[in-house]
Design a protein. Structure first.
Length: 311
């Protein structure tokens, strides 16, 4: 059987193999997705993000166990386990999610920041598609909520769970612009620590001041390590899903994401074509030097590059 058949027949080694191809931007991964595209779009994608060490993996582990109890299958994509903030997280995740590694209904994959950033987001999107084709009911994408690329990745989820911890104080102020708009559900994890109620009040106040939308993100106190509040958090996620479905917002989100993905693919492909065209690498660095030394202006430089495909 070839990889494609093994993937659709539920062979998890085939899924692992496929994800490696996707990560390496191997054309075989794109070919398989092309063939099986009609099977995508069924899994519900949950983004889990928040500051380093907030308990995202522990919470994902607990949410996954609840979904398994309900008979659902789960895929987990942990993005960026090699970031400087989270050194060794991969090993940590193995410990935090160890029961899940032996559960055939769960597939866990870590994706590193290898290559450049556009590549990571494409690889993540391919991974979501592969797990979806594979038949997973729910897919988690865990990313550290630091940096635009991580935010872009998690924005492709259907429901984004923002994990906060007590005592963030000024940090909340600093990151609020980015987080307030992408969080659909807020979890204040480590609520066994002091200041959990205060953090909740602060977050509620911030929501009061932010732009009013039809869906007001619920804020939930949880303790991932003891499972306290996790069932209620999962209910909040389901409520958000119902809201998306009933309001038509689900279709709008998927439209927005597909549009963005399409544009990015085209952009990436065009750039690739230009830079690799006719077998000789286009020397973009040379052009940059010429712009800097004012031998050419930047608009003409861009036209020169584009001229390679249009003319
Ligand atoms: N006290 C307390 N500790 C927790 C709780 N949840 C997680 N932790 C601990 O916090 C640490 C980090 O947990 P992780 O689940 O790895 O956090 P993370 O957000 O995935 O971390 P990175 O992926 O490295 O950013 C671990 O030592 C956990 O045991 C909680 O609710 N209360
Ligand atoms: Mg983690």
């Amino acid at each position: 059987m070839d990889l494609q058949d093994r993937l659709t027949s539920g062979d998890s080694r085939a899924l692992a193999r496929f994800l490696t191809l996707a990560e390496n931007n191997d054309p075989e991964a794109a070919r398989i997705i092309k063939e099986l595209y009609s099977r995508t779009g069924n899994a519900y994608v949950i983004g889990v993000t928040g500051p380093p060490g907030a308990g995202k993996s522990t919470l994902t582990d607990k949410l996954t166990k609840k979904l398994r109890q309900k008979g659902k299958t789960v895929g987990i994509i942990a993005v960026d386990p090699t970031s400087p903030f989270t050194g060794g997280a991969l090993l940590g995740d193995r410990i935090r999610m160890q029961d899940l590694f032996t559960d055939p209904g769960v597939f866990i994959r870590s994706m590193g920041t290898r290559g450049h950033l556009g590549g990571l987001s494409r690889a993540t999107q391919s991974a979501v598609k592969a797990m979806d084709i594979f038949g997973k009911d729910f897919i988690f994408i865990e990313t550290v909520g630091v940096g635009q690329s991580e935010v872009d990745i998690v924005k492709t989820a259907d429901t984004v769970v923002m994990v906060m911890v007590p005592g963030l104080g000024d940090d909340i102020q600093a990151i609020k612009a980015g987080i307030m708009e992408i969080g659909d559900v807020f979890a204040i994890n480590k609520s066994d620590r002091d200041g959990a109620d205060k953090t909740k009040i602060e977050l509620e106040m911030m929501l009061d001041f932010s732009e009013k939308k039809d869906w007001r993100p619920p804020i939930h106190n949880v303790v991932a390590t003891t499972d306290a509040g996790v069932e209620e958090l999962l209910e909040c996620i389901f409520k958000h899903r119902d809201y998306l479905m009933d309001s038509g917002e689900f279709k709008k989100r998927r439209y927005r994401n597909t549009r963005e993905e399409l544009i990015n693919l085209v952009k990436e492909r065009v750039l690739e074509l230009i830079l690799k065209d006719t077998g000789r690498e286009y020397n973009i660095d040379d052009l940059v030097s010429r712009v800097l030394s004012k031998q050419i202006d930047i608009y003409s430089a861009a036209e020169e590059v584009l001229g390679k495909i249009s003319g």
